[in-house]
Design a protein around this ligand. Structure first.
Ligand SMILES: Cc1cc2nc3c(=O)[nH]c(=O)nc-3n(C[C@H](O)[C@H](O)[C@H](O)COP(=O)(O)OP(=O)(O)OC[C@H]3O[C@@H](n4cnc5c(N)ncnc54)[C@H](O)[C@@H]3O)c2cc1C
Length: 437
């Protein structure tokens, strides 16, 4: 079988692959293979945190969020029962905000941009195999238009998303599913603060509501557990009734309309630490390498930061020099965590905090105090502040905000502290595992 030769092959023109391919040197010959080039309706990757947007702009691709009716997001409203308060991103002062968008439309922009690049060949096809020699990965086999084709490259980028078929060849994938998100679009909703993301923590699992276009808000309802929710008529009716009891009054009518007219979309919420193998000629990028709970909308921000790290390592590399290329990949795996660990830790820890009634209340009260107690944690969620130390300071302050309770309510305070430790310890241990195994 004849095979065409490239410098880089990218599997998947999604958030990771599409942005990575567009930011490589125009001297490099790149093949991008994407399974579906038509518009998808996905409930993932719709809230871009300020640092994600800043990273995309740093990659000179900020324009890809234009002309899709994306909505500025200026912060969050936290809602618990009848109480609520807003926290705005402090970065707004510097002109940096978040963005709510439709993932399918954003992907179309990413793919359209690729198809305009002379050094990139974008093909609709399904990659079915990594080609491997004794030395490492040398390319891929893919199917397109009924043909099976081989293509070879110095570097193969496996950016095939959360359900990656190829990660098992390139890493030790220890994935966990802690919950599912059930998604709908709320239309004709008139909210008091339309540019805030809403985090509703009234029930025993969180609900998110944020704008994705000028007349649509994404609602994501968390369904805890390893097994997906049932989707029969009775289960959907129960879902409608349960969620209606939790939602703020102004969202209920729109939610009922959505349930009546739309199919509930369900996605697993994965968590997976990046643990790559040393393998020549290939690299993992995006969800195929690393995943965190999507509660904080950190996936795209982590991915764009990874692209910045990988690009910085590849910058001076001569693609004909295997040793240089391999070193760049190892350096990327070993150094990426500085830019993504706080995003990962916060996402996984906050989800668990919101599943513990006492800690959730403590967290709500802490954030409600305002000042640095609210803007500090939000700056970590926004991805702007990447200090793990700063994140841990706030995490423990949530559990210990009333030190006198060790005397006045010792049992309750000890439980709070123990539960906080039980949450954070395994998450930190996971995050500290070696990047290359
Ligand atoms: C429910 C949910 C909500 C989320 N919400 C947010 C959010 O609000 N904000 C945020 O930042 N992150 C969010 N995320 C995470 C975010 O969606 C991901 O981190 C991001 O999409 C990762 O990009 P990716 O390129 O790795 O994957 P994708 O964007 O999924 O791209 C993978 C691409 O590979 C293609 N592909 C797969 N297999 C093959 C193959 N064999 N051959 C060819 N092509 C292939 C697919 O068609 C796809 O286009 C959410 C995740 C979930 C589960």
């Amino acid at each position: 079988m004849d095979s065409e030769q490239f410098d880089i092959i990218v599997i998947g023109a999604g958030i990771a692959g599409g942005v990575f391919a567009a930011t490589q040197s125009k001297e490099l010959k790149i093949l991008v293979i994407e399974r579906t080039l038509s518009e998808q309706e996905r409930i993932v990757g719709e809230l871009m945190q300020p640092d994600g947007l800043a990273a995309l702009e740093k990659l000179n691709l900020g324009h890809l969020t234009e002309n899709i009716d994306a909505q500025t997001i200026t912060g969050y409203k936290l809602i618990k029962g009848n109480e609520n308060f807003a926290i705005e991103y402090t970065e707004i002062d510097k002109g940096i905000s978040g963005l709510g968008l439709r993932n399918g439309k954003f992907l179309l922009n990413i793919q359209k941009n690729l198809s305009n690049l002379k050094n990139v060949k974008l093909i609709e096809g399904n990659v079915i195999e990594l080609l491997e020699s004794e030395d490492g990965i040398v390319g891929v086999k893919y199917q397109s238009d009924g043909n099976t084709i081989e293509a070879k490259a110095k570097l193969t980028v496996a950016s095939d998303g959360h359900n990656s078929f190829f990660r098992k060849h390139l890493s030790k994938p220890e994935k966990k599913v802690e919950s599912y998100f059930m998604g709908l679009v709320l239309e004709d909703l008139k909210l008091e603060s339309p540019s805030l993301g809403n985090m509703i923590v009234t029930g025993d699992a969180p609900i998110l509501v944020y704008p994705i276009h000028s007349n649509g808000y994404r609602i994501l309802v968390d369904y805890p557990g390893e097994k997906p929710p049932r989707m029969g008529t009775k289960s959907i009716e129960k879902f409608r009734d349960d969620v209606s009891q939790i939602l703020p009054e102004e969202m209920i009518a729109s939610f009922h309309e959505a349930i009546k007219n739309q199919q509930v979309q369900v996605m697993p919420n994965h968590q997976m630490k990046a643990q790559a193998f040393r393998k020549k000629g290939a690299v993992l990028l995006g969800d195929s390498l690393n995943m965190r709970h999507p509660l904080t909308g950190g996936g795209m921000t982590a991915t764009f930061n990874d692209i910045i790290t990988l690009n910085s390592k590849l910058k001076e590399v001569d693609f004909q020099d295997e040793a240089q290329l391999e070193k760049a990949i190892q350096d990327y795996y070993n150094s990426r965590s500085a830019k993504v660990e706080s995003i990962n830790i916060l996402a996984n820890a906050l989800y668990k905090v919101f599943r513990d009634e006492d800690l959730k209340q403590a967290c709500f009260e802490y954030l409600q105090k305002g000042g640095e107690k609210s803007t500090g944690p939000l700056s970590i969620l926004a991805g702007i502040n990447k200090s793990k130390k700063y994140l841990l300071k706030h995490f423990f302050k949530v559990a210990m905000q009333h030190p006198t309770h060790f005397v006045t309510k010792p049992k309750k305070q000890m439980r709070l502290y123990k539960n906080a430790l039980a949450i954070i310890r395994p998450i930190l241990k996971d995050e500290e595992k070696p990047a290359i195994v």
